[in-house]
Ligand binder design. Structure first.
Ligand code: NDP
Length: 316
């Protein structure tokens, strides 16, 4: 078991983590960043990213993440492949365990562990992931303009994604497993008003259909009657919620009922001094690469300020 002391520890390697690293490294805080189990985060499972400012021709997700990593390394961030397995925020400095064996003692911790989109759990979903199956209409919807698509879910995300897609696609099928939607009234009204959204009530997805080129359709089943039907679509969008990757922090940090870390509004500060939360781990509303990067910057600036105050306290 190794033990190491660091000024700033960043947990997670999506846009939030790398942006925090760039800022912390340039501030001379010699950050150490642990990548987690999916180095590069959610963007590594996306094809083209066309809404990240600064790339007028778009950029492919894995390339963007490699660029961010290189930028963080250029200023001296130490990037390590490893999984933070537990934390102890009960005292100060903060203790973090990596791969269940190495202990890091950190002056400040920036949590950028992100969130994971929920999937239905059917095999065809995995088979066609990125070949017509997507968990982000705002990221990938554009590639389906002019084509027929389906969205599964009945919350605000599903309503928002269906409405968004209805502006790009001739027809959007919204697959709802009950006879009502959970989405807010206003979001539901937008769905109902769109002439090209067809809602399939009491309906579940049995299989996503396709070939080597990608998705061609979906087989649905009415959970009241058992009747099955197939519809032809090119894109299948999941909007059944996200799960923030925050389980290991739940004994120490304030979270909402889903597990999103609560921060002091307008900052990245959590309820524990010196622990900051950025990106999707603390954001259930926007969840974009650029907003994650923005809050990553906030995390580094908040951590820098915190450490400067700590240093003042020790001097006096
Ligand atoms: P929610 O948890 O609110 O909704 C998930 C939806 O997916 C539910 O309708 C649920 O159905 C359905 N679902 C879950 N599992 C399955 C399954 N296996 N098969 C079919 N359907 C399934 O998640 P959201 O991502 O929609 O929203 C998360 C939070 O973010 C909410 O608080 C929401 O208000 C907020 N949000 C706000 C937005 C905004 O204000 N602009 C935009 C997007 C999200 P059922 O209802 O039957 O349980």
């Amino acid at each position: 078991m190794a033990k190491e002391e660091v000024k700033v520890l960043i947990i997670g390697s999506g846009p939030a983590g790398y942006t925090a690293a760039i800022y912390a490294a340039r501030a001379g805080l010699e950050p150490v960043l642990y990548t987690g189990g999916q180095p590069g985060g959610q963007l590594t499972i996306t094809n083209d990213v066309e809404n990240f400012p600064g790339y007028p021709d778009g950029i492919n997700g894995p390339q963007l993440m490699m660029d961010l990593q290189r930028q963080a390394e250029r200023f001296g961030t130490k990037i390590r492949y490893g999984l933070v397995t537990s934390v102890d925020f009960s005292g100060y400095p903060h203790k973090v365990m990596v791969d269940e064996k190495d202990e890091i003692v950190a002056g400040a911790v920036i949590i950028a562990t992100g969130a994971t989109a929920k999937y239905l759990g059917i095999p065809s979903e995995e088979k066609f992931n990125n070949k017509g199956v997507s968990a982000c209409a705002v990221c990938d919807g554009f590639f389906y303009r002019g084509k027929e698509v389906a969205v599964v879910g009945a919350g605000d995300s599903a309503a928002e994604e269906a409405t968004y897609l209805s502006n790009l696609c001739p027809k959007v099928h919204l697959i709802v497993r009950r006879d009502e939607m959970r989405a807010s009234k206003i979001m539901q009204q937008r769905v109902m008003k769109a002439a090209n959204i067809e809602i399939h009530w009491n309906t579940e997805t049995e299989e996503i259909l396709g070939n080597e080129a990608g998705v061609t359709g979906v087989r649905l089943v009415d959970n009241k009657t058992g009747l099955k039907k197939e519809i032809a679509i090119s894109g299948f969008f999941l909007a059944i919620g996200h799960k923030p990757n925050t389980d290991i922090f739940k004994d120490f940090l304030d979270m909402d009922e889903t597990g999103y870390i609560q921060v002091v509004p307008g900052t990245s500060k959590t309820n524990v001094d010196g622990v900051f939360a950025v990106g999707d781990a603390a954001d259930k509303v926007y969840r974009q690469a650029v907003t994650a990067a923005g809050t990553g910057c906030m995390g580094a600036l908040d951590a820098e300020k915190f450490l400067a105050m700590k240093e003042m306290e020790t001097v006096h």
